[in-house]
Every structure is written in structure tokens, then in C-alpha cells.
Design a protein around this ligand. Structure first.
Ligand code: MSP
Length: 510
């Protein structure tokens, strides 16, 4: 199956923060999972570099927009790399190829007769890059950013979105799963059914943008420019190759609810007008909250992901974000909560299990994973069945983008293996020669079970999963990670490596 997955392209007005990393990691988890299923995956992320907000940020710093974006975009690209994202391309909306494609795309809409020139005055919030109706403001301020919008009057080109109301409605009704979760689908459909107004798709007073192809005095509205990235990237991500027919329509766009309307209403209408298929799905996740507020640059309450990663590495952060906050919902995160899960779950439950398994195999079987002989081979049949059911269960959850539920399924089995150690007490079995076969079965079972845990955890904590496999002497190349090989009997005969703790205890300064 072809599987094209995207993140929003992030505004480069400020420094990248954990909120941006969150969506990128979620998309990465899903991309890695689909590669494990053998799908043909394309994973896109990038930066949104035009518009007022960026021009203002540059102006505030006393640099040109070009200088500003060239300085900021690499930081976003670096963050994607640091959080372990396996994106196949990183798009910047200032790429010449993207700009040319945007012009072609809007020319198609123009040719379709869906564009008109009009004068409009309205209240504009630069932080959202959108107009607000007076009645939607809270105390005269933008409800999303708490900033006072500015009155702007301009002659602009309008996209006749109102013409698409019925088609959008029909599309929603025919595709009840295309926006998930259902509450977001309902919200978008209600918005459509509430009546769609035409939208301005160009700016007269701004120069930092892509020129309107038939009127170079205007630039294309940053949101239109941005949405088109999902298509434009496919035309130039691989030099000399157009990936559009291979990967479009996208399987899933990931985003948070702040930008639902743009993705679930405006984007499909633009695609219909320009003659493209609408994406197969959109997944709208919740907000990471710190101290009860959405993290954002504008509010200034950010947790620096670089600091967390420097102390703990990236996998514990990836694990925590999806273990703690049910993916799809809003949830509160904190350093204290992180440290608790790190210690209780990663260090004590998983890390210790790996250490104990390797050191018991080293101590009782000279480091070689034993192969249980009949009749002991069947002693752990129930655990084996649970292990394989765990893999199937985690995969079913990941297929449905239920990352948190997938982790819970894996964790129940981690706890099952820990109970196995306590119940079987290998240190006692080792003292009784008559129990040698049973000890073989238990040690083999722990290694086989941990291998399945590593395979199931690969999408979320890829580095740690590979390290578990390495310690068990198991291969961890792309082909070795495939779900089809995630069976109990797939454990290769091998020698284990007893190494320092996988998740060492961290003494926090201060
Ligand atoms: N540039 C637009 C998107 C254009 S896509 C065609 C934009 N950029 S943004 O930098 O503001 O990024 C918004 C997105 O970042 C959210 O939709 C979400 O994916 C992610 N998040 C930013 N802060 C977040 C949280 N605190 N929590 C969860 N997601 C967060 O909007």
C-alpha cells in the first residue's frame, strides 16, 4: 500500500518548540509503523516561511525576511532530525520549485472561474494569519492568541469558496471517516453547513510571498501558499521524478485543531477547484498543555525539547508524549510527570527486564540464548500466544492511529514478562539440575518476548528498540523489523550482551 503522511509546515517566526516536535513525532511513529508493514511510505514535513507574521518577525529583529527564514528554517530541520523523524523530504515554502507550483495551482483555480477581485475590510490577526468576525472576538481580542486584530482594507482576489458548500457537504457525508476524530469531523461539517463565505487569497500590501501569476502587484495569501505544499513537494522531492501519481492523494494529514478549518474546509475546496483528489484522511490531535495552557511561542510558556533530549535522549521523550497524553486528546505534560514515567516504566519495568534477561542468560547459560528441548519447549506456550497477540493488538491500534492504546498493549506484556520472572524465579531453577529444561524455556521465553516488545516499540522508541535487539544478538535492519517476522519463533540463536542500564538513573541538577 502507498502511504503518504504529512505534518503541518511550521511557521518560522520563532524558535521551534515541543508542540512542533509533537506532531512530527506522531507522524514519524505512523510512518515507521507503515514501513514495518511493508507499505510504500512517503513522509513529509517542513516550514511555512511567507506571510505577515514572518515579515513582522524579521522586521522586529531588523533583518530581511529572507535572512530571517534562512536562519530559522535550519533549526526546524534540525529539530526533525533530533527527534528521530524519518521524513523523506523537508519542504520550505521559499523553495523555488514550491513557489512555481503554487503559481500553477492558483492559475488552475483562476482558469476554473473560481476567482474574483473584490474590496474587503476586516479585522486581521497576524498571529493566526486570518480575519475574524467582530462577534467571534473575546473582549475585542483574537480568541486563539489574545491579541487585538488590526483593521485591514484591501482590494484582493477572492476564491469563491461559497460555490463549494454543497460539494463539500456531499463529500463529508460520503466519507464519514475522512476527518478523525468524529468530534472534529462534526465541527468541520457544521462549519460548512453554517454557510461558507468566499475567502481572500491574495494580499496587496505585502511583498513577502509568492506573486499572483496574473497580477504581480499582489502575493498569494500565506495559507493558500502553505496548504499547497502537500502537493508541490511530490513534484520535486526526488530530482527528475514526479511522485504525484505515486503518492497522491495523501493517506493522512496530521494537525492540531487550531488549523482544522484550513485543512478540512478550505483545502479540499481548493483541490476540487484545481482538479485534484482530496486527501484520504486527516487526523486532528489535541494540544500539549503545560500548566493548563497550550504551548506556543506567542504565549511564551514553552518547554525546550532540546534541553529534555540533552539530558534523557530522544526516546524517553517520544515515549512520554504518547504514553502520558492519549493521542487525539489534550493533555498536560510536565517535567515531574516525565521523570516519573522514565523511572517507573522505562528504567524499572523495561530497562530492568532487559538487564535481568541478559545477565541471567550470561550467568546460567554462558551468554547463549538456550533452545528449550521437548517437553519444555511448550512450557511457555501461553506466554508465546500472549506475545503474538500483543503484536497484533499494537499493530491494530497503530493502524487506527491510536498510539497511546498501542503503547498500553505493549506495556501490559512487558508487565507480563516481569511477572514471569517473579513466578519462575530462574535463580531458584538454576540451583536444581532437574529444572534445567524449564530454565532453558524461561530464559528463551524472556528473550523471545523481549524481541516482540522491541519490534512493537520500534515506531515509538526506535533507538531503544534497536538496542534491545542488539543486546539479544538479534538483527535490526529494516527487513528484520517487518511485522511479518514478529512471531515468537523468529528469535535467532544468538549470544547476548550484558551492557549498562538501557535507561540509566538521571540525577537532576538543582
Ligand atoms: N504554518 C501553519 C500550518 C500550515 S500547514 C499547511 C501553522 N504553523 S504552526 O507553526 O503554528 O504550527 C501549528 C501546528 O503545530 C499545530 O497544528 C500542531 O500540529 C503543532 N502544535 C503547535 N503547538 C502545539 C501544542 N502545544 N500541542 C499540540 N500541537 C502543537 O499553523
Amino acid at each position: 500500500m502507498r502511504y503518504y503522511v504529512t505534518t503541518p509546515i511550521y511557521y518560522v517566526n520563532g524558535e521551534p518548540h515541543l508542540g512542533h516536535a509533537y506532531t512530527t513525532i506522531a507522524a514519524d511513529v505512523v510512518a515507521r509503523f507503515h514501513r514495518q508493514k511493508g507499505d510504500d511510505v512517503f513522509f513529509l514535513t517542513g516550514t511555512d516561511e511567507h506571510g505577515n507574521k514572518i515579515a513582522q518577525a524579521a522586521n522586529d529583529r531588523g533583518v530581511t525576511p529572507r535572512e530571517h527564514v534562512d536562519e530559522m528554517a535550519p533549526k526546524f530541520k534540525a529539530l526533525a532530525g533530533q527527534v528521530g523523524a524519518t521524513n523523506d523530504f523537508f519542504i520550505r515554502t521559499t523553495d523555488a520549485e514550491h513557489e512555481a507550483f503554487v503559481q500553477e495551482f492558483v492559475a488552475r483555480i483562476h482558469a476554473a472561474g473560481d476567482i474574483e477581485k473584490r474590496t474587503y475590510g476586516g479585522l486581521y490577526c497576524t498571529a493566526c494569519e486570518t480575519f475574524w468576525r467582530e462577534e467571534d472576538l473575546v473582549d475585542g481580542k483574537c480568541p486563539d492568541h489574545g491579541l487585538e486584530p488590526q483593521f485591514i482594507e484591501e482590494e484582493n482576489y477572492y476564491f469563491l469558496l461559497s460555490r463549494y458548500q454543497q460539494r463539500l457537504h456531499d463529500f463529508f457525508v460520503a466519507h464519514p471517516d475522512w476527518v478523525k476524530p468524529r468530534s472534529r469531523y462534526n465541527e468541520a461539517l457544521a462549519f460548512i453547513d453554517g454557510g461558507l463565505e468566499d475567502i481572500s487569497i491574495s494580499r496587496e500590501t505585502l511583498t513577502w510571498g509568492v506573486p499572483v501569476p496574473w497580477d504581480e502587484d499582489q502575493v498569494i495569501y500565506v495559507w493558500v501558499d502553505a496548504l499547497i505544499n502537500y502537493l508541490s513537494a511530490l513534484t520535486y522531492a526526488r530530482p527528475g521524478e514526479d511522485l504525484t501519481s505515486r503518492y497522491w492523494p495523501a493517506q493522512v494529514h496530521f494537525l492540531a485543531k487550531d488549523i482544522l478549518k484550513f485543512h478540512a474546509v478550505i483545502w479540499p475546496a481548493l483541490l476540487m477547484s484545481a482538479g485534484y483528489e482530496v486527501p484520504r484522511g486527516e487526523f486532528i490531535h489535541g494540544y500539549l498543555l503545560m500548566g493548563g495552557e497550550k504551548m506556543s511561542k506567542t504565549r511564551g510558556n514553552v518547554l525546550d525539547p532540546f534541553e529534555v533530549m540533552e539530558t534523557y535522549g530522544i526516546d524517553p521523550l517520544r515515549f512520554y508524549l504518547f504514553r502520558e497524553v492519549t493521542f487525539g486528546q489534550d493533555g498536560v505534560i510536565s517535567l515531574e510527570g516525565f521523570e516519573q514515567r522514565y523511572t517507573n516504566e522505562l528504567a524499572n519495568e523495561l530497562g530492568n527486564l532487559v538487564s535481568r534477561t541478559a545477565s541471567m542468560i550470561a550467568k546460567y547459560r554462558g551468554g547463549e540464548i538456550p533452545r528449550p528441548a521437548a517437553p519444555h519447549a511448550e512450557a511457555l506456550a501461553a506466554v508465546a500466544a500472549e506475545g503474538e497477540a500483543m503484536v497484533a493488538g499494537a499493530a491494530a491500534h497503530l493502524d487506527a492511529v491510536e498510539i497511546t492504546a498501542a503503547l498500553e498493549t505493549v506495556w501490559e506484556f512487558v508487565r507480563r514478562l516481569n511477572r514471569l520472572v517473579e513466578e519462575e524465579a530462574p535463580w531458584k531453577l538454576a540451583k536444581d539440575e532437574a529444572q534445567a529444561g524449564r530454565l532453558d524455556a524461561v530464559l528463551h521465553g524472556l528473550a523471545a518476548g523481549l524481541r516482540l516488545v522491541a519490534l512493537a516499540l520500534h515506531p515509538v522508541i526506535p533507538g531503544s528498540a534497536a538496542e534491545i535487539l542488539r543486546r539479544l544478538g538479534q538483527p535490526s535492519g529494516d527487513a528484520d523489523l517487518l511485522f511479518e517476522g514478529a512471531v515468537w519463533g523468529g528469535l535467532a540463536p544468538a549470544a547476548v550482551d550484558v551492557a549498562p542500564p538501557l535507561f540509566p538513573r538521571i540525577e537532576r541538577a538543582g
